[in-house]
Structures are given as structure tokens and as C-alpha cells.
Design a binder for this molecule. Structure first.
Ligand SMILES: Cc1cc2nc3c(=O)[nH]c(=O)nc-3n(C[C@H](O)[C@H](O)[C@H](O)COP(=O)(O)O)c2cc1C
Ligand SMILES: [Fe+2]
Ligand SMILES: [Fe+2]
Length: 410
């Protein structure tokens, strides 16, 4: 049974968090391995003559959502439903809410959201839909709701709501992260420290393809002066930020921009029988001699790390080393897939060194090189050994690692 939280966040105005801890999920978006789970956060705000629901939960938890919501309000009494983003991890339970509400509430969202809601849940779901314009303000229950579009965080439909008088920012996917934190907010530093790497993993796997929009949209919010004034950030996943609300956007900006941690080099490789591994071990030795801290992920006949975890390591790495064997005149399938996802989701201007091993005709090195050349990554060198690396290969590998280090300006 998933844990359900019904927590009062503010007394005046009366604000509640409705959170479900999804510990059943294995692959977010049917792809990303998240043994750490995820939470879906919805919020309910009771104002004078208005009851506002912000988003909902995934469809699988509809029954739990209705039960939790009904403890706070009769669904018929909800006057407004703000839909920040229609991805069904937030909108899945809405159909049932609307039915119980007898379609009385006004639904508020972007024009994109309207189209998507209709596509997902039928025309009845958008009968009472109000389409906002970017920056539009609306008085609801005596408070000023400002709606700001943040396209591609995470879909084209996405917006945030800022309640001017209270400094409350409902941010949906933006500001969210994976895992099931044991608190609801950022009050406990230990919880925050444990949570932030899951935020990075979430950003790369979910929003990574659009990571330049993270920087752009945060810039937009800064220009509007909103981030400065925000007292609380209430995302659709993970922790609420109220001790230090700026911190989550600083983290998002750093990940979006790929700000590196000094000394961290991400090393990813496959090795079927140990030959690529030998080349990698030479590189690791050279890296360590120069004081670098390699973070290593390897695919062997005994281990296959989660691709989602590897992706989460890219933004704060200074450089990457990719090792691959040639497999049926191609890149080994595991590294092929990882690389495809890195170039798609974590495409940053970082130096990359390619190492490889082949039997009769090396192809992997050249193929990886082509992918890297077409991306934002900076290709440093490609060294491939025929099977077991010779002393000559060893010298070339050490030399290329030194070349990589030079690129880092040390
Ligand atoms: C299933 C399989 C397919 C392979 N395909 C190729 C190939 O197309 N071209 C080639 O030069 N070597 C090929 N090889 C040989 C490997 O690339 C070579 O043995 C390399 O040294 C493997 O390194 P590893 O032991 O670290 O995986 C293949 C090996 C296997 C097991
Ligand atoms: Fe989303
Ligand atoms: Fe989401």
C-alpha cells in the first residue's frame, strides 16, 4: 500500500498537501529505472468563497486521491482546478474528480493543456475550461493568482501559478525530483542532501532533452522578480521548498547548465571478456595519478547499471571517458543505448575520450566518434586496441588522458 500524506502547509490561507508515495513504480515513463520511487503532489487551497485544487495524482491512485481529497472537502465544493501540466502522472485522477464535482469547477490552464486534456479525457473534461495567457492575473477568493507559462518544463502545456499576496509558487514538474523523501519539505538538511542527486536524475531523464529551457525559464522568472519574492515552492514531485526556496532553482540552473564538480570524470564502458576493461584501467590509473576522481559504470557479464543513474551523473562531470567493444560491426548494444540517451538527454559541452577494443575490424570507436562530433560534446581522441592493449596502446591511452586533462585547464 502506498503511503498517503494529507498535510496542512499553511493555516491562513488554508493550504494542504496531498501526496502519495509511489513505491510500486519501476520505470518512470516506462523507461527510467527508479527503484527509489516517486511522489505525486497535489495541493488544495481553501479561500473565501473558493476552493482551489492544484493538479492531481497518477490514475493508478485515483481511489486513494478521492479518499484523501474527500477528507478535506466535498469534491462538489471545488470551485477551481488549476492544471499546470497534463502529463497523466498529474492529471490521471482528474476525470474522477470532475465527475464527482459534477463538472462545476472552472478548469484553468494553457491552450495546449486544453487540447491535451480533451485528447486524454474527452470533451466533457474541458467543457468548463478557462484558457490563460502568459502572465495573466485572476482574482480568486480574494487572492491574486498569476499564471506564467514555462514551456517545455516539461511539456509545451506547462505553466506555474504564483499567488502574489502569499508568495506561493505552484511549480508542478519544475522543482521536482525522484525518490520518496521521508519529510514533506526541505527543513531537514540530511533529507535534502539525500534528495538532491535524485533531483538531478529526474531533471536529466525527464526534462534533459529540453535542458536549455530550464535556464531560459528560470531567467524569465527572475526577470519577473518572482523568484526573489517566493516564500514557498510547491512542486508536483518530491519536497516542498520553504526553508530555502531559491535553492531548488539554483540546483535546477546548475544541472541545466551542466556546472561541473572539480575532478569528477565519468567513465562508462562495456567489456565482454576484459579487453576494453584493460584499456579503461590504464586510463583510470592515469586519471588518478593526476588527482582526478573517476566515477565508473560498467556493463559486464555480471552487472548492468541503470541507464537513468548514468544519465544523472553527466551534468556535474568535468569530462567523460566512453569505452566500448565492437559488436557485430557496431558499438556494443549496452553502450550504444547509453550513448544515444546521453547525446539526447545530457548533451553538454564537455570533453570526451573514446577507448575501444575489437577483434578483426574496429567499428565502435568510429561510430562513437561520429555521435560525439554531432553533439555538443568535445571529442578529444579515439584509441582502439586489437584485443589486448599492447605497450604501445598503453602509451597512447595515457597520452590521450593527459590531453583530456589539459582540456580541463589543469
Ligand atoms: C558477439 C560479438 C560480436 C563481435 N563483433 C565484432 C565485430 O563486428 N568486429 C570486430 O572487430 N570484433 C568483433 N567482436 C570482437 C570484440 O570486439 C573483441 O573481442 C574485443 O576485444 C572485445 O573486448 P571485450 O572483451 O572488452 O568486450 C565481437 C565479439 C563478440 C563476442
Ligand atoms: Fe511531466
Ligand atoms: Fe510529473
Amino acid at each position: 500500500m502506498p503511503k498517503v500524506w494529507i498535510e496542512k502547509i499553511l493555516d491562513k490561507p488554508e493550504l494542504y498537501l496531498l501526496r502519495v508515495d509511489d513505491n510500486q513504480i519501476k520505470y518512470f515513463e516506462a523507461t527510467w529505472e527508479i527503484p527509489e520511487g516517486i511522489t505525486y503532489n497535489a495541493y488544495l487551497l481553501k479561500l473565501e468563497n473558493a476552493v482551489v485544487l492544484f493538479d492531481a495524482w497518477k490514475k493508478d491512485y485515483t481511489k486513494e486521491f478521492i479518499e484523501a481529497l474527500s477528507k478535506l472537502v466535498d469534491p462538489k465544493e471545488i470551485t477551481h482546478i488549476v492544471v499546470h501540466h497534463t502529463e497523466p502522472d498529474h492529471s490521471g485522477a482528474l476525470s474522477e474528480v470532475l465527475r464527482l464535482n459534477c463538472y462545476r469547477a472552472q478548469i484553468i490552464g494553457t491552450s495546449f493543456a486544453k487540447r491535451l486534456l480533451e485528447a486524454f479525457y474527452g470533451s466533457k473534461a474541458v467543457e468548463n475550461f478557462y484558457t490563460i495567457k502568459d502572465g495573466e492575473e485572476m482574482k480568486i477568493g480574494g487572492k491574486t493568482f498569476r499564471f506564467i507559462t514555462v514551456p517545455w518544463l516539461h511539456w509545451p502545456d506547462t505553466m506555474i501559478t504564483y499567488i502574489v499576496e502569499e508568495g506561493l509558487m505552484f511549480s508542478c514538474d519544475a522543482g521536482g525530483g525522484y525518490s520518496i523523501p521521508k519529510t514533506i519539505d526541505d527543513s531537514d538538511e540530511e533529507v535534502v542532501q539525500e534528495y538532491l542527486p535524485y533531483v538531478t536524475k529526474y531533471i536529466v531523464t525527464v526534462i534533459g532533452h529540453y535542458h536549455k529551457y530550464i535556464v531560459q525559464n528560470i531567467e524569465k522568472l527572475k526577470k519577473l522578480g518572482i523568484i526573489e519574492k517566493t516564500k514557498m515552492i510547491l512542486p508536483g514531485h518530491g519536497l516542498i521548498w520553504r526553508k530555502n526556496p531559491k535553492r531548488i532553482f539554483e540546483h535546477y540552473e546548475a544541472v541545466g547548465a551542466g556546472v561541473p564538480k572539480r575532478g569528477k570524470v565519468l567513465v562508462i564502458y562495456d567489456s565482454m571478456y576484459g579487453f576494453v576493461e584493460k584499456a579503461i584501467e590504464i586510463a583510470l590509473d592515469e586519471l588518478k595519478k593526476h588527482g582526478y576522481i573517476p566515477v565508473v559504470y560498467r556493463f559486464t557479464d555480471k552487472e548492468a547499471p541503470a541507464v537513468s543513474d548514468i544519465l544523472g551523473e553527466v551534468p556535474d562531470s568535468e569530462a567523460l571517458i566512453i569505452g566500448a567493444s565492437t559488436y557485430e560491426a557496431n558499438i556494443h548494444p549496452r553502450v550504444r543505448y547509453v550513448l544515444y540517451e546521453i547525446v539526447d538527454k545530457a548533451n553538454y559541452e564537455k570533453p570526451v575520450l573514446i577507448l575501444g577494443a575489437y577483434g578483426w575490424a574496429g567499428v565502435a570507436g568510429r561510430e562513437i566518434e561520429t555521435m560525439i562530433m554531432r553533439s555538443k560534446f568535445d571529442h578529444v581522441d579515439t584509441i582502439e586496441a586489437r584485443g589486448n592493449a599492447t605497450e604501445e596502446d598503453e602509451e597512447r591511452i595515457r597520452e590521450s588522458v593527459r590531453k583530456l586533462i589539459q582540456k580541463l585547464g589543469k
